[in-house]
Design a protein around this ligand. Structure first.
Ligand SMILES: Cc1cc2nc3c(=O)[nH]c(=O)nc-3n(C[C@H](O)[C@H](O)[C@H](O)COP(=O)(O)O)c2cc1C
Length: 199
């Protein structure tokens, strides 16, 4: 009897410790679980990861979220905090979610997901359910922010600063570029990195 109670207690402890934690909830198709790492343990070159591989920025909560592909972003340090900054035009549906939520996540995917990332960067969440369209498995962190089982790195950020770039201070060629592209000037969102998970 005593032995049964010990086994039961151990099982309940494991279940209560792991409930809702990405470490166990987030099995990738390859069967790997999330592992939390420190921001300075991100071992992919930041320029390659953002500009070349592309990433996905997501904001919102379960039932009210959006996501899009990004290739502009910065990873580093500000005001003695580890930060990730993303640049989101007001034309994007995601912009609304960046504005109304305190947090956002940035996820990196294996190369095999590139076509899905191209889709997430072509289609708007105003028109389609992009999570379903890309066949992603969304999971929510303990803070309630979306990450994806198919990702191999997830960076969870708390917004600490957001502002639209000042048109008058843009380099001339960039100002021209905005005028020619009919795109609204980007907002930058500086996020303090509060969690990083990798597979
Ligand atoms: C490779 C790639 C990189 C992109 N990078 C950015 C970016 O850094 N910032 C941005 O505002 N839009 C970027 N976009 C455009 C958005 O991802 C795209 O407009 C998307 O459809 C917006 O979706 P939404 O309306 O659901 O927010 C990128 C698109 C692609 C394909």
């Amino acid at each position: 009897m005593k032995r049964v109670l010990i086994v039961l207690f151990a099982a309940l402890s494991i279940m209560s410790c792991t409930k809702n934690k990405p470490e166990t909830a987030a099995e990738s198709p390859a069967g790997k679980a999330w592992q939390e790492i420190a921001p300075d343990e991100i071992d992919i070159n930041a320029v390659k990861m953002i500009d070349k591989d592309w990433m996905v920025v997501s904001a919102g909560k379960e039932g009210d979220m959006n996501l899009m592909t990004i290739s502009w972003g910065s990873l580093g340090e500000l005001w003695n905090r580890p930060v990730m900054t993303v640049y989101v035009s007001t034309n994007r549906y995601t912009h609304e979610f960046m504005e109304k939520n305190d947090c956002f996540t940035v996820t990196h995917f294996p190369e095999s997901m590139r076509q899905k990332l191209a889709y997430l960067g072509r289609v708007s969440g105003r028109d389609e359910d992009k999570v379903a369209g890309a066949g992603l498995t969304v999971e929510f962190t303990e803070l309630g922010n979306p990450i994806y089982a198919e990702a191999d790195l997830a960076i969870e950020c708390r917004k600490i600063y957001a502002q639209q770039f000042d048109r008058d201070r843009l380099p001339e060629d960039v100002r021209q570029w905005y005028e020619n592209s009919n795109l609204d000037i980007h907002y930058f969102y500086v996020g303090e990195i509060v969690h990083v998970w990798k597979k």
